[in-house]
Every structure is written in structure tokens, then in C-alpha cells.
Ligand binder design. Structure first.
Ligand code: DHB
Ligand code: MG
Length: 226
């Protein structure tokens, strides 16, 4: 495994992937562990209209719960709470005395999320930090978090990435959502796509992490802090 093989990595391996169809995607979701409240939140969020696209995908929520549990995370961080769907996927995999700090800039979304946390019986485990995420992150102690999930405004990702890296312990795990931006990263037009494409390049070449990109939902990067 070449640790110095970064950036424009060209693979000679045979192309091995399948393009998902709606039916295969449905099949995948059906074969992930479910959670009744998360399903209810999916329905409620869907009723909010177009904005519902901001919610993480069900198979991604299942992946989060598996990973957070598998690494034995006790302290977790989320940037971008929205209706609390991802936060619940994280917090329910934490031990009783574990803690999730989730950052949300919108009072309206924070209120919805708080109701969902109470409904999940997880309000003791989840600390919702209302306000600009960067300010919250700058006030947190370095090296104390086991897991960090970045799913907020895309222009802010480079700053959130640096902060999350500072806040994670060695071997801590970071997840970044929307790294493909519906494919826009291949030919960035708007600012958000340019920022995301540049960050993706930077992470692939970043000696501080070991990273993989998954073709789940809108693209997910997983990065372990070395
Ligand atoms: C948007 C944001 C997200 O985090 C996401 O997963 C999908 C869409 C958006 O702002 O459009
Ligand atoms: Mg997202």
C-alpha cells in the first residue's frame, strides 16, 4: 500500500462497480438495520418539501451507526444538525455516558431537532450548539473527539475539515457528506462545487489522514486521523 500515492491516482485494476438503479437502491435500504424514529423523521422531513434533500440518506444513517459503534466512540461531533436525523444515528451508537456536540445555525431547525432528540430519549447525550459552527468548533478542546460528521454549508467545508481534524483524536474518524455534489465536482461551475473539488483533492493528498471515498448517496469521504 503506497502511502505516498496521492492525487491523480490512476488505477490499473479492472473497473469494478455497479451503477445503482432505483430498484437496487431500494434493495440496499431494505437491507440496512432500521430504526422506527428515524423512519418517522424521514417522513416528517419529506413533508417539509424540497429542503428535505438536506437530510442524510437512510443507508448512510445506518453506516454512521455501524461506524460510531464499531470504533467505540464516546465523544462525537456533528456539523449541520438540520432535523436531527444524523445526530440520532450517531448518538444512539454512543454509550450512555457518551456525548454528541451537534452544530446548527438555524433556530428553526434546532427546535425541530431538539424535539426529535427528546422523542429518541437522547437529549441527555446530545448537546445542540446553536450558532455559527466555526465559532463553536474553535471553542472545543483539541484531540478529544472520536468521530466527526461534516454535513453543513459546502463553502464552509475546508474550515470545518481543519477544525474536525484538530478536534479528533489520533485514529479518530471523520465523515464528510456530499463530496460528489451530484457529480458537479467533475466540472465545477458554482463556488460550492469548486470548493468541494479542491477539498477532495486536498484530502486525497493529505498526509495527516487516511481517506476513502464511498459512492453512497451524494458521495461520502471517510478519513481516519493518523
Ligand atoms: C444539500 C445539502 C446537503 O447536506 C445534502 O446532503 C444535500 C443537499 C443542499 O444544500 O442542497
Ligand atoms: Mg448532506
Amino acid at each position: 500500500m503506497g502511502g505516498d500515492n496521492h492525487g491523480d491516482r490512476v488505477s490499473t485494476a479492472p473497473e469494478k462497480f455497479i451503477a445503482l438503479t432505483p430498484e437496487l437502491h431500494h434493495y440496499i435500504v431494505e437491507h440496512c438495520s432500521g430504526h422506527d424514529l428515524l423512519r418517522q423523521i424521514e417522513e416528517r422531513t419529506a413533508r417539509m418539501g424540497e429542503i428535505a434533500i438536506m437530510q442524510s440518506a437512510p443507508e448512510q444513517a445506518a453506516l454512521i451507526t455501524v461506524l460510531v459503534g464499531a470504533i467505540g466512540a464516546r465523544q462525537a461531533l456533528e456539523i449541520g444538525t438540520f432535523t436531527g436525523y444524523g445526530a440520532i444515528a450517531i448518538a444512539r451508537a454512543l454509550p450512555e455516558e457518551g456525548r454528541l456536540v451537534t452544530c446548527e445555525a438555524s433556530e428553526e431547525y434546532a427546535e425541530i431537532a431538539r424535539r426529535h432528540f427528546a422523542e429518541a430519549g437522547l437529549e441527555e447525550r446530545i448537546e445542540l450548539a446553536l450558532g455559527p459552527a466555526l465559532e463553536t468548533l474553535r471553542g472545543l478542546p483539541a484531540g478529544e473527539f472520536d468521530f466527526a460528521y461534516i454535513d453543513a454549508d459546502k463553502i464552509g467545508y475546508p474550515d470545518y475539515y481543519e477544525q474536525a481534524l484538530r478536534l479528533l483524536r489520533t485514529d479518530g474518524l471523520m465523515m464528510l457528506d456530499n463530496v460528489l455534489l451530484s457529480g458537479e465536482v467533475l466540472d465545477p461551475g458554482r463556488d460550492a462545487a469548486r470548493v468541494m473539488a479542491e477539498l477532495n483533492d486536498r484530502i486525497a493528498a493529505d498526509e495527516r489522514v487516511e481517506a476513502t471515498m464511498l459512492g453512497i448517496s451524494d458521495g461520502i469521504t471517510l478519513a481516519r486521523k493518523r
